[in-house]
Unconditional design. Structure first.
Length: 364
């Protein structure tokens, strides 16, 4: 399945500028609201030094990194949940994503219009969050009407769904996102079936001027404090720097970053953060034909991981031959890992770990 992260925010906060740099897709970016109407979609590779090292050691015929899809969704406005500013259309686009990167303007620039006339990131966050909460309240109310009828019967699953939906409704009524609801692990699958926008994990992306890219500013610190209170994450990035960076020859990019006290492009951190936001890890398959990174959810067992390669491998799973990237790098090759007795044979109950190098044996 494609991992999809929606980029949202008020108009003119820098969403499309960041998306352009992220994917080099050339999404339209202009200084007026609703520049983006139809969502732009870009597939990006997840930066992973481990993949680079495996490739340099094995020199395969083919290299396939893990990929992550970003969707640039048009700027939401106050009243979006009631259809203002093409809101219903925009909310539908968010519903199709797995996670949300919420771009927040943390820079002053008189030449770029702010729809509310002032820079106040927490106010901006509040507008977007409230619109998503209102949309969820409306959606959940409709679902509750159907669930209540089913709950009157003898089906215990319907009763549980109804009680869970009412529990989440109480959270939303307090103007808190659904993800703030305290839930049991076994409730997660039921909650997913509700399709709530505010259950999606959120990364707040603080868009700053060049001079604040390395250390942030007072506004980014306010966002960081807010993100911590709701169990979300934040990231500081300068869309202006990233836009300039992709226009430079590759040889000039590192000196440019160093001049700004930055160790790597902010987009690399954004991609990795978005990937981690979904609680995904990476395992590798490695051979002369191909070295490939495979994204899987944390907690995935070996047969299901094999199934991401091919369904036959999961159906006929026998065992997995597992070694770690660390052992491959420290010992110098996969053959030396085997010779040192560091390769393990794992069965159906093995939970895959980030950085595993795997070979699956199967029979169908």
């Amino acid at each position: 399945m494609a991992l999809r992260c929606g980029i949202v925010g008020l108009p003119n906060v820098g969403k499309s500028t960041i998306f352009n740099a992220l994917t080099s897709a050339g999404a339209q970016s202009a200084n007026y609201p609703f520049c983006t109407i139809e969502p732009n979609v870009g597939m990006v590779s997840v930066p992973d030094p481990r993949l680079d090292r495996l490739v340099s050691m094995i020199e395969p015929a083919k290299i396939t990194p893990a990929t992550f899809e970003f969707v640039d969704i048009a700027g939401l406005v106050e009243g979006a949940s009631k259809g203002e500013g093409l809101g219903n259309q925009f909310l539908a686009h968010i519903r199709e994503t797995n996670a949300i990167a919420h771009v927040v303007r943390c820079f002053e620039n008189d030449d770029i219009i702010h729809v509310r006339g002032k820079i106040d990131p927490l106010s901006d966050i509040g507008i977007i969050n409230l619109e998503l909460i209102l949309a969820d309240m409306d959606s959940l109310e409709k679902q509750l009407q159907k669930l209540e009828k089913k709950a009157r019967g003898a089906d215990p699953e319907s009763k549980k769904s109804y009680e869970l939906a009412r529990h989440i409704q109480k959270t939303l009524e307090q103007e808190k996102p659904a993800r703030a609801t305290v839930l049991n692990p076994e409730d997660q699958a039921l909650v997913a079936s509700f399709g709530l926008l505010t259950m999606k994990p959120v990364l707040y992306v603080c868009n700053v001027n060049e001079e604040d890219a390395a250390r942030g500013n007072a506004e980014t610190r306010r966002v960081a404090d807010f993100a911590r209170t709701e169990g979300s994450h934040h990231l500081i990035i300068s869309g202006k720097i990233e836009e300039e960076l992709i226009g430079l020859p590759p040889a000039d990019r590192e000196p440019f970053l160093e001049s700004l006290s930055l160790s790597e492009p902010g987009l690399n951190r954004l991609i990795r953060s978005g990937y981690a936001l979904l609680d995904y890890i990476t395992f590798f398959t490695a051979g002369e034909q191909e070295v490939r990174a495979w994204p899987i959810a944390a907690g995935t067992r070996a047969p299901a991981a094999a199934g991401t390669i091919h369904s036959d491998m999961e159906r006929g799973f026998i065992r997995a031959e597992i070694m770690t990237c660390e052992d491959v790098f420290s010992l110098g090759s996969m053959n030396r890992v085997k010779e040192a007795g560091r390769m393990r044979l794992e069965g159906k109950d093995y939970v895959m770990q980030d950085g595993d190098v795997a070979y699956f044996r199967f029979n169908v």
